[in-house]
Design a binder for this molecule. Structure first.
Ligand SMILES: Nc1ncnc2c1ncn2[C@@H]1O[C@H](COP(=O)(O)OP(=O)(O)OP(=O)(O)O)[C@@H](O)[C@H]1O
Length: 365
């Protein structure tokens, strides 16, 4: 199975395609981001190619930095006509040649889904490699969970974010042909748009194989890596499922995986309601504990030490959807109870009033 799976890198043939029109976004997408000097550059896979000068202008000479990743800095760019994008500048010491970079772009350009941070353009010019993505104004999930300056994510938002991520991975695993393994799922790679909808970022880039800052022959980020991958050196879809299980626990507990999250999770797993003890303090009294326990049960399954016993991403999506539906139903019936309470009160008041008016009538008689 793993042999058929591809994480995109420059060794893959560009003739691969993405199946399922339901996954594809509009072909005319991001028409506002129209390259000013497109004609001078041939584009690959329908992804517009830009000159370095275009990008310089759009980023106001690279002034607004959005963040720094392992590939290099990411800048905000604004087009004269109003479209905002994020420009990822790939390190200029990259060993990747122009042809390999074009191949990578053409493969990335085929992946489109509403829960993926979509590539909308690229630039290979003057020895520079730049990738242009849709702008995600609410930044990363990691910042939203761990930064004290951010507002608290509600339980409802966390459930929606979990489902959005799951759908993004489902597209990569089950919608793309050949399937794509992300290899570096983590809360820092989940970005949120202005409506707080989550999208998976950083998929399909061929990275230097790094682990914990050192070149160890392993891909991924410490705290999120499937232990089986460390021992076997085989990365499968189930390794992505493991990383997603960690993200689910981050949503539930707000404990960072590099701050002993797994130790807390293992301790909590010793009793059926153990998750109550590690629930994000900011959620206490603000979420339905049964739902939190159900989501923790899904996360536990994703972390199963035997990879084949972990659920597929389709099964994970279904399980989260079930929790979310129950949440909606409970809230609707709760609201129903509230309304019926108010209705009862109004009826009581009306009865009191009619009693009072009949007494009044008797007095005046
Ligand atoms: N499309 C985007 N819209 C808005 N901000 C973005 C976008 N892409 C990246 N950023 C910001 O830039 C930062 C760096 O992003 P990048 O993907 O390069 O690295 P990372 O995911 O944080 O780390 P790594 O490269 O090690 O995976 C992010 O944390 C985010 O704040």
């Amino acid at each position: 199975m793993n042999g058929e799976v591809t994480s995109i890198d420059s060794s893959v043939s560009p003739s691969n395609s993405v199946k399922g029109s339901n996954y594809l976004s509009k072909s005319s997408q991001h028409s506002w981001w129209s390259p000013q000097s497109k004609d001078r550059f041939a584009s690959v896979s329908g992804i517009p190619r830009y000159s370095y000068k275009d990008i310089q202008k759009a980023t106001q000479n690279f002034t607004t930095i959005l963040g720094q990743g392992s590939f290099g800095p990411v800048y905000k760019a604004t087009m004269a006509i109003g479209g905002v994008v994020a420009v990822k500048v790939l390190a200029s010491n990259s060993k990747q040649g122009e042809k390999e970079f074009q191949t990578e772009v053409s493969l990335l350009g085929r992946l489109h889904h509403r829960n993926l941070v979509n590539l909308v353009g690229y630039c290979v010019d003057k020895g520079q490699h730049l990738l242009i993505y849709e702008f995600m104004s609410n930044g990363s999930l990691a910042r939203l969970i761990y930064s004290q300056e951010e507002r608290i994510l509600s339980w409802e938002e966390r459930l929606q974010i979990a489902l959005d991520i799951s759908h993004g991975i489902e597209y990569l695993h089950d919608g793309a042909v050949p399937p794509v393994i992300h290899r570096d799922l983590k809360s820092a790679n989940i970005l949120l748009d202005r409506s707080m909808r989550a999208k998976v970022a950083d998929f399909g880039l061929s990275k230097e194989e790094e682990f914990d800052g050192r070149n160890s022959g392993l891909k991924g980020t410490y705290g999120y890596i499937d232990p089986t991958y460390i021992s076997t050196n085989k990365f499968t879809m189930k390794s992505d499922i493991y990383s997603f299980g960690i993200i689910l626990f981050e949503l539930i507990t707000a404990i960072h995986p590099q701050q002993n999250l797994m130790e807390y999770v293992n301790l909590a797993s010793m009793s059926p309601d153990g998750v109550d003890e590690i629930l994000d303090k900011r959620l206490i009294g603000e979420c339905n504990i049964v739902e939190a326990r159900s989501l923790a049960a899904v996360a536990h399954k994703c972390l199963h030490k035997t990879p084949r016993k972990r659920p597929s991403i389709g099964e994970v999506s279904q399980a989260i959807l079930k929790i979310k539906r129950r949440h909606k139903e409970d809230n609707t019936s709760f609201a129903g109870e509230d309304i019926s309470g108010v209705v009862n009160q109004i009826e009581l008041q009306q009865m009191e009033l009619s009693k009072m008016s009949s007494v009044k009538e008797k007095i005046t008689e």
